[in-house]
Design a protein around this ligand. Sequence first.
Ligand SMILES: [Zn+2]
Length: 179
Amino acid sequence: MTHPWIGADDNTLPIKALSPPELPEPPLSGAGGVGCDACGRAVDRWTVYEDDTWRVRALHRGMTFPGSAMLESVRHANGIADLTPDETATFGLMCQRVTQALLARPAGGPGYGDGRVGRVHMHFWGDGGEHFHLWLFPRPLGYLDLRGSYLVEWEELLPPASEDELLAGAADLRSRLNP
Ligand SMILES: [Zn+2]
């Protein structure tokens, strides 16, 4: 397993040319709520929290770090620019709650390394699905190579956790978000 950017400094990585701009851009997935996976999503075993405004789901498709989660609005909103003032106000509270829940995981808890979390990374890219969603990744405590934007690069390279490990991470998060 090599560092994701080994070779970047000595030009031994393959070069990809930047494509020219494409205008108009193609529509995002679920644009306008049509065919949107997040709209009306049923509660299932990966749902860890839901209220009238927000839903938190444990990520499970090939994820490396148990406890990785997605915060999404219950209502179809086109990114953060489309949230109402009330939704925007409670968004910060939800970010804090999920972050605190992941940071509270003790040694021996379900997670990468010894289970403890050093920091919680939040990513809002918004280039895939239109429905408002935020990615949350627990950065394993002590793994300094995983700091910053490298975490999601390594996440693609390291072996995925087992379904049992991901379910345990989901259960841990659910218990802390629904005390
Ligand atoms: Zn939607």
